[in-house]
Design a protein around this ligand. Sequence first.
Ligand SMILES: *Cc1c(COP(=O)(O)O)cnc(C)c1O
Length: 422
Amino acid sequence: MENIDKEHIWHPYASVLNPRSTFKVESADGVYLKLEDGTSLIDGMSSWWSVIHGYNNETINTAINEQTSKMSHVMFGGLTHEPAIELTKKLLNILDDELKYVFYSDSGSVAIEIAMKMALQYFYKEGQNRKNRFLTVKRGYHGDTFGAMSVCDPVTGMHSIFSEFMAKNYFVSEPKSKFDGDFDKSELDEVTKLLEEKNEEIAAIIIEPIVQGAGGMRIYHKDYLVGLRELCDKFDVLLIFDEIATGFGRTGKLFAYEHTGIIPDILTIGKALTGGYMTMAATITTQKVAEGIEKDGNILMHGPTFMGNPLACKVASTSIDLLFKNNWEENVLRIEKYLKENLSICEELDDVKEVRVIGAIGVVELYKNVDMEIATKEFIKRGVWIRPFMKLIYIMPPYISTEDELQKIIDAIYGTIKVLNK
Ligand SMILES: *Cc1c(COP(=O)(O)O)cnc(C)c1O
């Protein structure tokens, strides 16, 4: 039974028959993962964007214990509870006033499916689906369920495997103007032309605002999104912002749409919603969209078993409180400044194409794909946990990370690239 993990358990995007090494975590505290053999690693990934306050947070632990003794779960059909009401109040408080109807679900991918259903139902008229395709940009990532996959980058999203089964959507080039640079208006030509030709088929544009996450860790100009908003209004197309990665302060604003001055018709959040403690996501929309969905007496057709799970709601409320109590903005801007000043040292290495930083996100793009076995070993040797992807070594540390911890991460990246270079 010693090799149960190696012999029987699938890990994300990994072989179950020829598994790579995994590392057994015994516990986690603050920014540290503690492995079974006693090794302590600084988590540079916040467990995939989620653990913004660090691990084993006393305030969240207490909230969980209190909530479990009241109720961990109760169905949401016909019932409601204080944790859902409290969380919704907090979300409405931190979101734009226009975003006001909240649908809770259990994971980011499901929140995307729901956003897509909302858009399709908005344009549904008794007996006819007026618009039933989506438009998106290349290099995006929106999750692994079929609807979500159909709007992920066609190459890294491996559309070829499922092409016969999957919905066919429209793709335009990824936004290219840099966040801090000038905006090249011609970037909007492709999407403008497509909308002129196909707007009668297209229900919504879906995009990760400002930062494209898992599909390339790309940081782009806000005016691309301002342009999309104008085009959506002109061609009667909804705009969906996927903030599952960028939400809750990660880019230096509480939500990335705040960089733009515009708001989407539908917003998805997840990952850091519960501070990385539980699985939970939400899809939030406006009066206009809710009314559109419910015209002709229709209702939104979705209802997960664990919808509005009280324990997850309680944890999410506590996490939002902690953001403010711990001055998230000050911390994220502190991390941004430190990364901008110090991660850039990697640019002096021949193998490095570019270093990019926004908020508490740092990206080192190499010319070649990273050898994962070697990189992981080197990172662990240097006391950090970082999981590269293709040509990207990227970090999004917990907001509590100190300068010393950030420096250790930067040293580990620099040292590992030098080893990979050999
Ligand atoms: C992670 C992610 C998702 C999918 O969320 P899951 O909880 O993994 O299903 C969707 N969109 C973005 C932008 C993400 O980063």
